[in-house]
Design a protein around this ligand. Structure first.
Ligand SMILES: Cc1cc2nc3c(=O)[nH]c(=O)nc-3n(C[C@H](O)[C@H](O)[C@H](O)COP(=O)(O)OP(=O)(O)OC[C@H]3O[C@@H](n4cnc5c(N)ncnc54)[C@H](O)[C@@H]3O)c2cc1C
Length: 384
């Protein structure tokens, strides 16, 4: 029986494991493959719902589930931190025990770092705890300045800070305190979602401006105190409430392994997601896939999911002695919440035209919001 090691039970890992179970003939009483999923946390947070949590549209317990509830035939979750990854031998070490496999899929996401003592002064809304505590502070704020800060590049879900700012503006307006509360967004990017090309970036900027959100691109933070952000261009901003994105790195266990490329992230084939090691794949946020423009492929969950399905399908083919026949096409659709119960549906295709990414943002509409609502419900229904 073949064994597949799935590293990480986040978005990519869960979908890989579920699809592997489905594609490889596993049924309740017959297991043709052994799927070992390695995860250090106890619960799985549905990150796209964190901006809703920030503004009180979700309670924390509504957006996570225990990994113990992950259920698919042939699947076993091994709890604990992966201490070593050995791609040459297709093995990992957890709590001193070595697990060997025939195939390996690495979906370990990003490691979040606390730079500039940000955790002392603000709320990391890329975590369940940070988004929850931000919401408690927002609830009692009646006057002052709210700063949303992108602290460094690259960061996953490049639309999330903009979405958070728009939902916060919506909250402030509904609470009838908009005349006394300012919402400002600072980022080192030259424009919102620059990777998406000038058209989509401009459209998102217009949405921010229409809402009266103060937007400051080209601002790299260099120092943070209890009430002030200082930037490399000499500017500063006095704030009362701060939400930030942390610095992102590839997890240490990967940086110290032979899988790490020059950037520390894993370089994978942009179509098959196979790494330089045969039968070892990398998907999702941990990959560094360079587009022809030199820009790195963005770290967004829809791609982790799509890549997971492709890799699981192809491993299933290989196990059945067939040639892999699915490839990643660099396309997908995601939703950016605008407030007022509306969201913008965004269609992306990064591979079609190598010179210019195809990213189309629709005007925010009710349907987009319901798509996002449904994506959340479906995630929990299908996986737990
Ligand atoms: C605020 C926010 C909003 C977002 N909104 C959207 C959205 O609207 N749409 C969208 O498509 N995407 C969105 N995303 C992005 C999406 O969540 C990620 O792109 C996606 O989760 C990436 O999947 P992954 O499998 O690569 O990594 P992850 O889902 O992060 O999974 C990695 C897993 O590996 C585990 N792990 C790491 N190191 C170890 C180790 N040493 N040992 C054991 N386990 C380990 C981690 O605990 C984690 O569970 C959002 C993200 C955030 C933070």
């Amino acid at each position: 029986m073949k064994t597949i090691l799935v590293l990480g039970a986040g978005t990519g890992g869960i979908v890989t494991a579920r699809e592997l179970s489905k594609h490889s003939g596993n049924e309740d009483d017959i297991n043709l493959v052994n799927i070992l999923v390695f995860e250090k946390e106890e619960r799985s947070v549905f990150a796209p719902s964190l901006p809703w949590l920030m503004v009180g549209q979700r309670k924390p317990e509504q957006i996570y589930e225990s990994y113990k509830k992950l259920d698919a035939s042939g699947l076993e979750v091994i709890s604990g931190e992966i201490e070593n990854v050995d791609p040459e031998n297709i093995s990992v070490t957890v709590k001193g025990k070595v697990y060997k496999g025939d195939y390996m899929v690495v979906s370990l996401g990003v490691e979040q770092k606390n730079d500039f003592n940000l955790d002392k002064f603000g709320y990391n809304f890329f975590t369940l705890d940070g988004a929850t505590r931000f919401n408690k502070e927002l609830d009692i704020l009646v006057v002052g300045k709210i700063a949303i800060l992108v602290s460094s590049l690259p960061f996953k879900s490049p639309a999330a800070p903009y979405e958070a700012a728009m939902l916060i503006e919506d909250y402030v307006r509904k609470a009838e305190i908009s005349s006394k509360v300012e919402v400002a967004l600072y980022s080192p990017e030259g424009g919102p979602m620059e990777f998406a090309g000038p058209e989509a970036s401009k459209e998102l900027k217009i949405l921010l401006e229409n809402k009266g959100i103060k937007y400051y691109p080209n601002h790299q933070v260099t120092n943070v105190t209890a009430d002030t952000l200082e930037f490399s261009n000499g500017k500063s901003y006095k704030y009362n409430l701060l939400a930030y994105t942390p610095k992102h790195e590839a997890p240490a266990v990967i940086r110290s392994s032979s899988l790490a490329g020059e950037s520390g992230w894993i370089e994978a084939n942009r179509q098959t997601l196979e790494t330089k090691f045969p039968n070892v794949y990398a998907i999702g946020d941990i990959t560094d896939i360079k587009l022809d423009t030199g820009v790195s492929f963005p770290k967004i969950g829809i791609f982790a999911r799509e890549q997971a399905e492709i890799v699981a399908h192809n491993i299933g083919r290989k196990i059945g002695n067939n040639l892999p026949d699915h490839t990643f096409k660099g396309e997908g659709q995601y939703y950016i919440e605008y407030g007022k119960g509306l969201a913008s549906t965004t269609d992306v295709n990064f591979y079609e035209d190598p010179k210019e990414p195809h990213v189309k943002m629709k005007t925010p509409e009710v349907l987009g919001h319901w798509h996002k609502w449904w994506a959340e419900k479906y995630w929990f229904f299908k996986n737990f």
